[in-house]
Design a protein. Structure first.
Length: 247
């Protein structure tokens, strides 16, 4: 709609900073604008960026970065309360192991990315459960991020939209917007081959699909995962929708 806010905010010191508002749900409502944002890390914001984020009223950040990642880029806004939900990165180390073995190819990199998404479900569900606990405490406007804002953040965003009743095809479209808005840090893992860097420096529908395949394997289906893995019963789902949806 012409009167809708901009979804993507073009910050100089962060990329892929965008709003999860404005998406339709299966019950005829839409996700609230300017309540939940997703981004890469907030450690390199410029003075102009800080004023933009400050004007949005962001109060809380939910940070999926591991310990070393967080230390390398602290949030540039002192007034934002940062809530660490650490999921340690594993892909680059696994890629370098394959490189040392002489086995690293782009297809191997793609499969390692898919496996990392499966492990979000197998080993890190507690972090996503904690995120929803915070969301239920009404800390909006808020931002969810990791280092690149595309994988850990991408799965978290997909879970939020699912819990709010956004259709699968819309969730997939939001996930793939990263291809348009993410600027890869060319200095990161620069020792790896270019086709491998391309595989890990973007998103692919098969990555998110791998996470939801793991949901099916571990929990049976997504609704059971939301209920038993993320502890979102009927009351919690209703509270989320009341908070983050509008008519």
């Amino acid at each position: 709609m012409s009167d809708s806010p901009a979804r993507h905010l073009a910050l100089q010191g962060a990329s892929n900073f965008r709003d999860l508002g404005g998406y339709p749900t299966t019950d005829g409502r839409i996700t609230r604008w300017r309540h939940i944002f997703r981004s890469n890390h907030l450690g390199q914001l410029t003075a102009a960026d800080i004023e933009i984020v400050r004007a949005l009223g962001v109060r809380s950040a939910f940070d999926f970065r591991g310990l070393e990642e967080r230390a390398a880029g602290l949030c540039a806004l002192n007034e934002i309360m940062v809530h660490p939900l650490p999921i340690e990165p594993t892909v680059v180390a696994a890629l370098r192991t394959e490189l040392a073995r002489g086995k690293l190819t782009a297809p191997v990199a793609l499969e390692l990315m898919r496996e990392s998404y499966r492990n979000y479900v197998r080993h890190n569900t507690h972090c996503f459960r904690a995120l929803f606990g915070h969301l239920l405490e009404d800390r909006a406007p808020l931002v969810i991020h990791c280092t690149a804002g595309k994988d850990r953040t991408g799965f978290a965003s997909a879970l939020i939209l699912h819990a709010l009743g956004v259709p699968d095809d819309v969730i997939a479209e939001d996930y793939l917007l990263t291809k348009r808005h993410y600027r890869r840090d060319v200095s990161t893992a620069s020792d790896l081959p270019a086709d491998v860097l391309e595989a890990i420096g973007s998103v692919d529908a098969s990555y998110l699909a791998a996470a939801f395949e793991a949901v099916g394997h571990e929990y049976g289906d997504l609704e059971t995962y939301l209920r038993d893995g993320l502890k979102l019963g009927a009351a919690e789902r209703s509270a989320l929708k009341a908070r983050y949806l509008q008519s």
